[in-house]
Design a protein around this ligand. Structure first.
Ligand code: CA
Length: 439
């Protein structure tokens, strides 16, 4: 395992905290979650913790002691070796091996954390912590602060400031380093293969969950630990339900199928949506709406470049969609009027992009003060315009229940962007050709 990216991120976080006056940063991993009775959900480490450590066991905390000058010390607290528990639940590093393997300055048993934190917090200028994220951790941190305050007569002082460490971490996570990009490319290419597999498998008479099974099979077969989010496999009218996850309906001849699904590889997400005809051939009305969304998506991708605001791709997509909705006689008036009144929101009610990385909706600010965050090389975001047409008296009947979204993940480069998820086709001709070879 290459630990240098994790060391580098701890170093950068330490520098940022030092510039803000130093102190003690506490970054716990996520707790295990009960699914029902004594069965747990598959464990997933906290993204911030994982980003800084590469350590995936539960019951662990990273403590970063940042002096006013000099290098920060990284201390891990984790579960001790325990042969009996390891027989039942599997391998544990234990503090000593964890320190060596992951390159921490020190490591201690998790049971020693509360007492040690109270010692280390004494006379520190600030505590850096994600207050409000987890009630149990908030209580633990409060207890440690009060333990220090209890020693004021002994001359100890509790930190005067509590700062949200997520602010500094989000700024770091917004720009992906090379090792992150390598994992994101892998997540993207596996997810693209899975989408192609689902495309070839789809035909009238199959159920949405059968298509979902093809996706899950391909994610896991290629080493993804899990889907990056609950797959949406939405045939016909279901595509107009934005967060449809029941995936239990029959796929019908003449309907479209919208699939929003991707895998998580080594803690990094992809996020891909494709929409295609269940029977392999777009009808005229479906092709009209599909081509419009595709052109909006291509315009949005073309708007991704360094120095553009986060909202630039959305605005580019909106211009194309507004004209298209007028051409399809779904909306009346001018493009400027449609944009001004936001009447397009009846058919396109979500944003075109979100950050993507360790979390599918990744860390990072969308605004800096009054201004939208400016895109910079190494940032990664989705581009996902759509059009969702529900039945209504004022809507041409041929367009009823057509729901289309096309979503790719892009990385901002020095002069534009790289599409990470281009392994799955999206032109009408390519989709029809791929579906034709599958049956
Ligand atoms: Ca998505």
């Amino acid at each position: 395992m290459d630990i240098s990216p994790y060391r580098q991120r701890r170093l950068l976080l330490g520098q940022r905290i030092q510039q803000a006056g130093g102190g003690i940063a506490v970054i716990p991993t996520a707790p295990e979650q009960v699914r029902n009775r004594d069965a747990h959900f598959p464990y997933r480490a906290d993204s911030y913790f994982q980003y800084l450590t590469g350590f995936n066991e539960p019951e662990a905390v990273l403590l970063l002691a940042v002096p006013a000058e000099g290098e920060a010390q990284a201390i891990l607290f984790c579960r001790e070796k325990n042969l009996e528990r390891e027989i039942w639940d599997g391998f544990r590093f234990g503090p000593e091996a964890a320190r060596e393997t992951f390159g921490f300055d020190a490591a201690h048993p998790i049971d020693a954390f509360d007492a040690r934190l109270a010692e280390l917090l004494a006379d520190q200028p600030a505590l850096w912590f994600s207050l409000g994220h987890d009630a149990a951790w908030d209580a633990r941190i409060t207890a440690a602060l009060n333990a220090v305050r209890g020693q004021t007569r002994a001359g100890k002082r509790a930190p005067a400031r509590i700062c949200d460490v997520r602010g500094e971490l989000d700024a770091l996570r917004l720009v992906k380093d090379d090792s992150e990009l390598a994992l994101m490319r892998r997540a993207a290419s596996i997810s693209a293969t899975a989408q192609c597999r689902a495309l070839r498998f789809t035909r009238p008479g199959r159920y949405e969950y059968e298509v979902e099974a093809e996706l899950l099979h391909e994610f896991r077969r290629q080493g993804c630990e899990a889907p990056a989010y609950t797959p949406i496999v939405a045939g016909g009218a279901n595509a107009c339900v934005l967060h449809y996850v029941a995936n239990d309906q029959l796929l019908r001849d003449g309907d479209l199928l919208l699939i929003d699904a991707a895998g998580e590889f080594s803690g990094y997400a992809a996020d891909i949506t494709r929409t295609f005809p269940v029977n392999g051939r777009f009808s005229g009305a479906q092709a009209d709406v599909y081509q419009l969304v595709l052109e909006a998506q291509l315009a949005a991708i073309a708007a991704v470049k360094p120095g553009a605001g986060f909202l630039a791709p959305h605005e580019a997509a909106l211009h194309v969609l507004a004209q298209g909705l007028i051409d399809l006689e779904l909306l009346a008036g001018s493009v400027a009027g449609v944009l001004e009144s936001e009447s397009y929101k009846r058919f396109y009610m979500h944003r075109t992009s979100h950050w993507i990385g360790k979390d599918v909706h990744d860390a990072g600010e969308y605004r800096q003060g009054e201004q939208w965050t400016l895109l910079a090389p190494g940032m990664t975001l989705t581009i996902e315009p759509g059009c969702y047409i529900r039945p209504a008296a004022d809507v041409p009947q041929a367009l009823w229940n057509i729901g289309v979204r096309i979503e790719d993940d892009v990385r901002v480069t020095a002069n534009g962007c790289e599409v990470l998820t281009d392994g799955v086709p999206k032109t009408i001709a390519e989709i029809e050709a791929l579906m034709g070879t599958g049956r």
